[in-house]
Write a protein that binds this ligand. Sequence first.
Ligand code: SAH
Length: 473
Amino acid sequence: MSFKKENKPVKENELVKNRDYEITIEDMGNDGEGIGHIDGMTVFVKDTVIGDVALIKIIKVKKSIAYGRLVNLIRPSEFRVEPMCPKARSCGGCVMQHVSYERQKQYKWDKVRNCLQRIGGVEAPETIMEPVYGMEDPYHYRNKAQFPVGRDKDGKVVIGFYAGRTHQIIDTDDCAIGVPVNKEIIRIVRAFAEKYNVSTYDEVTGKGLVRHILTRIGFTTGEIMVCLIINGNKNDIPHVDELVERLAGIEGMTSICININREKTNRILGDKCVTLWGQSYITDYIGNVKYHISPLSFYQVNPVQTKVLYDKALEYADLSGDEIVWDMYCGIGTISLFLAQKARKVYGVEIVPQAIEDAKNNAKLNGFDNVEFYVGKAEEVVPKMYRQGGDAAKADVVVVDPPRKGCDAVLLDTLVAMAPKRIVYVSCDPATLARDVKYLRENGYDLEKVAAVDQFCHSSHVETVILLSRADR
Ligand code: SAH
């Protein structure tokens, strides 16, 4: 027996921090990290992939698990590829760019399957699961980017991404999942900030002007928005007209604005926007439905896959044109308007008042008069309307698209009481989806169909849409 510094005895085979070990990666964890075993301990290693044999350094040891850092590969996995982005490993964004896209899709499908089986109690979920819906070209898919702006220790302007788990800015002018025009926008802002020595925001002191660059692009329209998030106002930017002129020269530029955020906070956007040039919004379509997007609007970031996801939700909803439909957790009404094309009436509920404002405007913009939106918690609004009776209480189909924590228990109870023929559940977290599936299966619903859609290629996240039907229909 040997002794550590603090004189605690080290058991034989206990992993030692900062020591190197060889490991074979046998599985993939929830956050896309590799998992292997050393002396009976489960070890999580970021930047590895199933099949890798690697040398790792142990960085943290807990009771039965440990964390390691990849030192070098001894024998790379057959699923390993060269990441498109040279900064992929240091950037906190893409955790799986080193994994072949085929294997990423398999990982996501497995994740949904395993949750449905282990948490949802579904036997053999693979028999009702569709193949995962991936992208033909899984790069440059994001229609929105937020680049932090700062200075390095030599005072040079840095623009790019936060490193994983920290707020250190990785300087880059490109991103493999963002649109190519971002490069041009970053180049212009960087050159401008250097030329006029424009101050950049310092998170520690809360001083300095430029905090972030937000870019948005309408994939179907080509319209571009640039929003500079600043700790000040328009007049604080020296020679602002020159910056605007440079940015306005980019083909497709439609909106140039600033957002004012004077708070010492991690929140990127403040509440107030001022348009400097062009419109205050850009326009985009998902399918036939048109949306106005302002800097503060919530809008899905992968419009191509969003269409795939919503088409699937619509397919599962199986509407004939005569149904009463609820869209719960409706955001800016994206799914509601998709459903409204084929339903008699759609009711939407959402907690954020601004999102409901957008939803109402979008309904008007598209000429829908068969949608009604409510602000509030779904678990409060829906039970109240159910008690009141009337059309809203007689839903034929309900769509839910809750945040990661899943549906509230009160809402699930109300759903069961409302007894719609079909429930279409759109989820960004298969674990809470599976938990809610368990409850609904125990209360009169059958799980009929499951589709996983890859909305966030190179991340570990997966979107799922499922169909539950009343067992006694
Ligand atoms: N269906 C929308 C948005 C889904 S994201 C779309 O596809 O664009 C989940 C939404 O649920 C968010 O807009 C969030 O604001 C909202 N939300 C969170 N908690 C809620 C609650 N308790 N009741 C109603 N909406 C809620």
